[in-house]
Design a protein around this ligand. Sequence first.
Ligand code: NDP
Ligand code: OXD
Length: 309
Amino acid sequence: MAVVFHSVSHPPGEWLPHFERACPGLDIRAWPDIGDPAKIDIAVVWKSEPGFLNYFPNLKAILSMGAGVEHILGDPSFPVEVPLARVVDPRMISLMSEYVVFHVLRRQRRFDETRANQKSKTWAYEPPPNTNTTTVGFLGFGELGRDAAGKLAMLGFDVIGWSRSAKSIDGIETAAGPEALPGFLGRCDYLVCLLPLTAKTEDMLDAKLLKALPRGAYVINAARGALLVDEDLIAALDSGHLSGATLDVFRHEPLPADHAFWSHSKITVTPHNAADSYAEDVVPQLVENIRRVQAGEPLLNQVDVERGY
Ligand code: NDP
Ligand code: OXD
């Protein structure tokens, strides 16, 4: 069994020793030094260039090094008949929850205003809204959304989750499907987007959706940049309809230096670091999926290609 490793952001020098530790003797080859492409059985990838998968005529599985798979499904060379798996990792889930909880609390406790007051040596503060009557709504209530929601609920926030299929979760209200979306949005003091990027979700955070949020709502997008229509967010912030936004992901990454998000006073930009993949956590599950391919067993966290996530 031979594996090709190719990532734009995970250095093979750091990652390959983890594969060797988890599976001594594994034949894993860092792109582009891979020998005969016809001998490669499995591709472990993160944002490889379009057409990359065309090199390998005998793939038996493709493993994403992260949770998202749009970088693979959007590649015209993706062979639909080859099983694709993604990462579901407890540390990634915790990191995302920390990110969401931090940015909600930062806004809720008016931290930016306090910091600005400190700069002008002003002893003043604006009381925060009542947490119990503040609603945080999650667009996307999967592995990441549910954990962050549970943690905010523990802090006393009113939490609601919206997903494709209906869910029943103790102590948390949920809504599902397009018909439930307007009612859901109308309640969100904070909107946290944790949807996958698919044909159905692309450009979803547009002027119409943002307008359906209550005046003063705050938006957090930690999913993918292409879910958001950038100009519509800026217009909603400039008109005063939205109070602010925290963005971790962007249509083009790194965010270009001339992009308006960088200098907008109501936008916080973070460099797609909400919840990274770390080799020590993620490699063992990649290796488990390599073992499963060898054994002819179904993959862990296999993606439904039809659904797009
Ligand atoms: P999951 O697949 O576990 O959850 C996705 C959720 O979105 C599910 O609740 C799903 O509904 C819902 N959903 C998908 N399509 C639709 C739709 N058309 N309408 C309504 N709901 C929909 O994904 P994760 O929680 O693991 O990850 C979510 C995304 O977060 C990833 O795809 C990735 O893009 C991003 N991410 C960002 C990171 C960062 O550092 N910024 C790190 C990791 C991930 P249902 O439950 O019914 O299936
Ligand atoms: C992921 C990411 O999808 O880091 O894993 O964005």
